[in-house]
Structure formats: C-alpha cells, structure tokens
Design a protein around this ligand. Structure first.
Ligand code: ATP
Ligand code: MG
Length: 482
C-alpha cells in the first residue's frame, strides 16, 4: 500500500497541490500552523474514516470556500488506483477508480493506513469510549464484516434505549422488551467474540513493541474488560430496573473497555507521560501489524508530531520498525541523524508543500532510517524485541477510532446497511485500472494540475506501476465511518 500522489484544492489551509511522496520514509517539516497535519489528514480521509482530529467535514473545507477536492493515487492490490473525494456542505462524495460510491464506507479497505497523532495519547488516560473506539476502528479495518455487526448492534441498542424511556411512561410496553434483549444479545455476542479474537492477536504484539520501545523495563499488558460477566442476557435482566429508571442500557459491548497495565499498574491512573506515549505507539504498531496480516499489504503509516517527545533510543526503535512501509513523519524539526539518508524531505510553509534538501552540515550517512541513531545509541542491555533496522515482526500502527457516540446517547451509526458488502461491489472490484486516464481527475479544477511536488531524489515513487506488483490484497481492511 503506497501513496503515489495526493492532489488537493480547497482543503483547510493547503494550497492547491500535487504531492508525490517516496515509497519509504517521508519527513515533513515546517513551523507551527503551516499545514503539516492538514497534509496527513487529507491522505487519511481516503481510509474512509473521519478526521483523526475529530474535525467535522465542514471544518475541512477552506474557510470561505464552497468545497474541498482531494484525489489520491495509490498502489494497492498489485495495481494503481485512484480515489476522489469531494467535501461540500458537510457531505462527502467519493469516487473510486471512476466509479461513484454510495458512501464513505465503500472506501473502507481500499486504502489502508494507521495514524498516530498527539490526540491519541488519550487512549491511555481517557475514558473507555476512546479505547472502544480504537478497538472498533481497528477491527473495521482488519475485518470489514465487523462494521456491519457493529452497525447492527448500535441500531438495536438505540431502539432498546428508546423503548426503555417509553416504558417509564407506558409500563405495559415492558412486554416487548425481550425481543430487543434477544437481538441485542445476539448482535452483542458477535462484537464481543470479534473483539476477543482481535485482542488475542493484537495484545502480544503491542507488548512486544512496548518492550522494544521501553527496553524491556516494564511490561505492557492489555486485556478485554467486559461490562457483563459472561452472560449478557442475565446481566441485562439484573440491570433492568435501573435501566428503565435512567432510560439507557448499562451493560453490553458498548460499555466494555480495554484494560491497560504497565508494570502491573493501571496505566490510566499511574502511567507517566513517556509511558503513555510508548504504550500508544506500541498499540499503533501492533494495530498496523494485525492490519498488514489481514489485508496482505503493509498499511501506510502517518506519524504526526511523534518524534520530538521521544528520546534517542525510542526514536531508533520507532524508525527501524517503519522499515518496509511507506511512512510520513511530521515535526517542526526532525532529528536528521534519525532519518538516515533515504528519507524524502518536504517543507510545508503557508499551506504549500515543497521538496526540502537536508542541510549541508547534517552530513548524514546513507542508510536506513534510524541507522545513524543506532550507532549513536548506547548499546542497551535489553535490546528491543526487534532488531533495529529490521521490520518488527509485528508491524505498525494506525487507525483512528470512529467517533463513537457517547455510550448511551446512541447516535445512529453511519455505516453500511445490513448485508451490504463493506468492501465494495463486485463490479467495482473488477474495475480495471483506468488505462488512458486523463491527467486531471474528472471534475477536478484545472489549478490542481500543477507541477507535482516529488521527493527530491526520486524519479518514480516506489511501488509505481510497472514495478513488480505487490501481492493482491486478499482481505479487506478499513477504517470506518461508523
Ligand atoms: P503544528 O506544528 O503546530 O502542529 P501544523 O503545520 O501541523 O502545525 P496544521 O494543523 O496542519 O498545522 O494547520 C495549519 C493551519 O491550517 C492552521 O493555521 C489553521 O488555522 C489552518 N486551518 C485549519 N482549518 C482551516 C480551514 N478550514 N480553512 C483555512 N485554514 C484552516
Ligand atoms: Mg500539526
């Protein structure tokens, strides 16, 4: 999975641009408020997810503009593909390989990525809803059918909650409750089962990454914490009187949590800033690993402003674990020695993106990212679980959890209708890559066709058409607009 080109117009503060990153590490620097995060956000939207900053779509359109247009050319499933996105009046329109899509959910699984942004630190210290959202989003990418099960559960939950409120006024309606309880238990069981299965794959990888990042100083332990012990139907029955009183359902997967312990202590209460950051990074790296397995391709990795707070050896671990993937790192300054000689550098200034050369005095050795740091870092007694420079056995990080409605207020999820294949229609999957496609995407404003911004010393991005095709993506990943 590789981004070949992003085009944007009318998106936040970004100038109309064509941005062609390299297939490896892309270092994006610039002063504060210049548009670095906006650049990542523009690419991220093609996962089908919402803004990883929690922004509403209206906020993504440049102030004073009617619409934002984005187009992403990417290499996946052994071929070049193109997705287009128009944001207008709070709605999104998506086109994939020339075929208009009914909703963003149909993009899910086509372009897979993981993102770390400073907001994600709340995964450790924040409330259970944030951890559930992380888990649900990760699952939607790794297993698209989960999105359907999730939507079904949320819908049933909303209906049950509405009924609970009505029962307070019309007690006779209580007779109809067992129907909803039964449906809720059945759809809830799917969520609980899938979450357990996901954690079985995810948790050991996250622990291994944490050990690598923290040099084995303490252990990260993740466990699924259900709100009902074993029998959901029985838990619903026990909570019924209270639930009618408050008009909401107090037990079920919408109340479950992921327990995070570091060194045997609850991270939410005791973790230091550095431990939180390390834990979130480890979780993101693990999420990417599971996603890579599920979709048969490495997801693209977006790391927004992550390096500045990490010490040298943690930077080393992180950068070495990016090997083999296309990744984007932003920061006001990025430690030149950490990046190695192969990173493509870009400067963002006033919403414009331009190639940037390494400063002459940086005198970087050629080599993989992290190599220089590796030499600089004192050899540690406890080496990272993965040798520096090697891709970690468990991959990377990612995905943003879909903004989940507050536990009980029960916002109706926007997700594929029941029975709808989240990965897109068969005819679309069969859509041939547009052979003689026009230079400018259909409907795209002509200004967008500017001279592309290319990685300085890269004629053709890795993974470009004509190269050995990557293995087709068997699974379907995705991040979900639930
Ligand atoms: P930092 O280093 O502080 O994280 P950044 O380079 O990542 O900065 P961005 O978050 O990408 O900065 O934001 C860049 C600018 O985009 C900000 O000044 C912000 O006000 C502006 N901006 C955000 N949304 C819009 C919009 N809809 N229209 C116009 N400008 C916007
Ligand atoms: Mg930023």
């Amino acid at each position: 999975m590789k981004v070949l080109e992003l085009r944007a117009s009318g998106f936040r503060n970004l100038e109309t641009l064509r941005f062609s990153p390299c297939g490896g590490l892309n270092a994006v620097t610039g002063e504060n408020a210049q548009g670095k995060t906006n650049l990542l956000e523009a690419m991220w939207l093609f996962t089908g997810g919402r803004s990883f900053r929690g922004a509403r779509d209206q906020e993504l359109v440049r102030a004073g503009a009617q619409e934002a247009r984005l187009s992403l050319t990417f290499f996946s499933g052994g071929r070049e593909q193109r997705a287009e996105l128009t944001l207008r009046g709070g709605a999104r329109q998506a086109v994939l390989n020339g075929v208009p899509k009914r909703g963003m959910a149909e993009l899910i699984g086509r372009f897979c990525a993981v993102v770390f942004s400073p907001e994600h630190l709340s995964l450790v210290k924040g409330g259970p809803a944030e951890r559930r959202a992380f888990l649900d989003s990760a699952l939607c990418q790794a297993k698209p059918s989960y999105a359907i099960a999730y939507a079904r559960y949320r819908r049933t939950l909303n209906q049950r909650n509405a009924l609970l409120k009505d029962i307070a006024r019309h007690p006779e309606l209580e007779d109809t409750l067992p129907i909803w309880d039964d449906r809720l238990c059945r759809s809830g069981a799917v969520l609980i089962r899938e979450r357990h299965a996901y954690l079985e794959r995810f948790a050991p990888r996250a622990s291994a990454h944490y050990a690598g990042i923290a040099h084995g100083r303490e252990e990260l332990r993740l466990t699924y914490e259900p709100s009902c012990g074993g029998d959901m139907a029985e838990s619903l029955r026990r909570a019924l009187r209270e639930d009618i009183r408050f008009g909401h359902t107090s037990v079920g997967p919408h109340r479950d949590d992921i327990g995070i312990e570091i060194g045997g202590m609850a991270a939410r209460l005791y973790a230091s800033q550095g431990q939180q950051r390390s834990a979130v990074l480890a979780m993101k790296l693990a999420e990417a690993a599971v996603l890579a397995e599920a979709c048969g391709e490495e997801p693209v990795v977006f790391l927004d402003d992550v390096l500045s707070e990490l010490d040298g050896s943690r930077q080393l671990y992180l950068l070495s674990s990016l090997s083999g993937r296309q990744s984007f790192l932003t920061g006001c300054e990025l430690p030149p020695r950490a990046l190695g000689g192969t990173a493509a550098r870009f400067l963002v200034r006033g919403g414009a993106v331009s190639p940037a050369e390494a400063a002459p005095d940086e005198a970087e050795p050629a080599g993989a990212p992290g190599e220089a740091l590796k030499e600089a870092a004192a050899p540690e007694a406890n080496e990272p679980a993965t040798a520096p420079g090697e891709p970690p056995e468990a991959a990377e990080l990612p995905g943003q959890a879909p903004d989940e409605a507050p536990a009980e207020t029960g916002e109706a999820p926007q997700s594929p209708a029941d029975g709808e294949a989240p990965g897109g229609t068969p005819e679309e999957s069969a859509a041939a890559p547009e052979a003689g496609e026009a230079e400018t995407a259909p409907g795209e404003s002509p200004e967008a066709a500017e001279a592309p911004v290319r990685a300085p010393d890269e004629a053709e991005p890795a993974g470009a058409p004509g190269e050995a095709p990557e293995p087709p993506a068997p699974g379907i990943p995705e991040i979900c607009e639930i």
